[in-house]
Design a protein around this ligand. Structure first.
Ligand SMILES: Cc1ncc(COP(=O)(O)O)c(C=O)c1O
Length: 385
């Protein structure tokens, strides 16, 4: 069977609805006009509301560009930054910091575990020059959710900027930039904000705004001083040519989230993730992430011994039109990842688990199909409002 649409059960880009995609097909408006300014401004304002921040800029980039913007505007060459690493994306901040000639202190957490406050305290005690901490809110490579609220509380009153990668967490998990004492939060359009890729986001605290004004940003494209100046114009503008069509789609998606209610979306994903975890447990499949740090964005799990995750991914997409994700980097031969965010519901999770069970039976891991589905359906029914 050849599929026209592949169902994306990957942790970003995620499955989007037709209205959001079609919004991006509208003819272009010129970006330095009264026509486009309200679209740009409404995107910024809705994101400020969802993240709870007073200052937010959009970038024409994916999430990595927003991460780079955060670092470029928060630190001068030679400053020391603590990079908390709970997976691939924590390491990415180290790579960016090094590219900007910062000194890095790398805090590598144990596989499958979130960072603990004592580890951060120890690193800061041992390295008093630290003036910034980077951390991943939802680590998409390992399915770990770090406790940003607790980290913000711990860093309160210290002269240390907290920079959070919220690329896959925002829009999907509860988050509060201002009340959690975060200085810079970055995100992107293609995950919890339910839009195509192409727009990055950078939110800043008052303290981060002040620091940004004093930092000599190396490079022009991501210099937030230029973004600030343009956003303060009579017709608020983006400094360069923005991803106009992606912004049309983003606005459609943000309005939809606002109409439904961000909390309703967050609770919906929690229910889907609970159902998925219940199914995996019933199938005797081990979840990689420690229980206190599991995320509702995605679940990362071990592939039963002797099975090849790449073959399972290929069969799911080629036979059944469902794209799940393999493990990243050192986990490529042992893990699978399934998301529970996007324009998806119980229908899609039941389909995914049912088809996965069929493959697992054909490969000889399961004697009978149905145990995972039963656990999932029971979970969904028990958690219906
Ligand atoms: C947590 C996290 N940070 C950063 C990124 C990088 O974002 P992008 O691929 O949009 O550059 C990703 C992408 O998957 C991510 O999940």
């Amino acid at each position: 069977m050849e599929f026209i649409d592949t169902m994306l059960m990957t942790p970003g880009p995620v499955h989007l609805d037709a209205e959001v995609m079609l919004a991006g097909a509208r003819p272009l408006l010129h970006h330095r006009t009264d026509d486009f300014a309200p679209i740009y401004t409404e995107c910024v304002n809705l994101l400020k509301k969802f993240i709870n921040t007073k200052h937010l800029y959009l970038t024409t980039s994916s999430g990595t560009g927003a991460m780079e913007t955060a670092i470029a505007n928060s630190f001068n060459e030679g400053e020391t930054v603590l990079n908390i690493q709970t997976g691939v994306f924590g390491v990415r901040f180290t790579q960016i910091c090094k590219a900007f000639r910062l000194n890095t202190v790398e805090l590598k957490c144990e596989d499958g575990k979130c960072v603990k406050i004592e580890q951060i305290a120890k690193a800061i005690q041992e390295n008093p020059a630290i003036s910034g901490v980077t951390v991943t809110f939802n680590e998409t490579s390992t399915g770990i959710k770090n406790d940003i609220k607790a980290i913000g509380e711990f860093l309160k009153g210290k002269n240390i900027l907290l920079i959070v990668d919220g690329v896959s967490g925002l829009g999907a998990l509860e988050y509060d930039h201002d009340n959690w004492n975060v200085d810079v939060t970055v995100s992107a359009s293609q995950k919890g904000f339910l839009a195509p890729p192409g727009v990055g986001m950078v939110a800043l605290s008052e303290r981060a705004m002040a620091k940004m004004e004093s930092v000599k940003c190396h490079g022009l494209y991501f210099d937030l001083k230029v973004y600030k100046k343009n956003q303060e114009l009579k017709i608020p503008a983006y400094p360069w040519t923005p991803a106009i069509n992606v912004m049309y789609s983003l606005l459609e998606a943000l309005r939809k989230i606002d109409r439904i209610g961000l909390n309703v979306c967050i609770n919906h994903y929690a229910k889907l993730a609970g159902g998925l975890r219940a199914a995996l447990k019933a199938l005797g499949i081990k979840i990689f992430t420690e229980e206190c740090a599991t995320s509702n964005v995605l679940t990362v799990f071990y592939v039963p011994e002797d099975l090849n995750p790449k073959e399972i991914v290929a069969e799911m997409v080629n036979k059944y039109g469902i794209r799940i994700a393999g493990g990243q980097e050192q986990f490529a031969n042992t893990m699978l990842r399934i998301t529970t965010i996007g324009n998806i519901g119980e229908r899609d999770l039941i389909g995914t688990i049912g088809l996965l069970e069929m493959i697992l039976k054909q490969k000889g891991y399961l004697k009978e199909t149905g145990a995972g589905l039963k656990a999932m359906m029971e979970y969904f029914m028990a958690n219906e409002k």
